[in-house]
Design a protein around this ligand. Sequence first.
Ligand SMILES: [Zn+2]
Length: 106
Amino acid sequence: MNDWIPVFEAANGLEAHTLKGALESRGMAVQLKGEALAGALGELPMDLAQVTLLVRAPDWQRAREFVQAYQQQGHQSWRCGQCGEENDASFEICWRCGSGPGDPEH
Ligand SMILES: [Zn+2]
């Protein structure tokens, strides 16, 4: 089997490359589709191009799960158990009081 299956549509080249690197570091082969077209247009910054990530059939399930986890991580905020402040997902600890999201104490 040599099929490449679409697993994710990245909003831009940066996101595509971030995910590509993450999947490759987990031993999965990744191809990007859409990049070549954007490059051919020349003057458009690659960031504006939508890019499809392709993986091989045996890796698809694993890649899909990773991508879904990545998406949730990227879009979910969390509420601090100490002070109740809402924090962006990119913060590992509460920006207000410094406690972590895994701390269930109240
Ligand atoms: Zn807090």
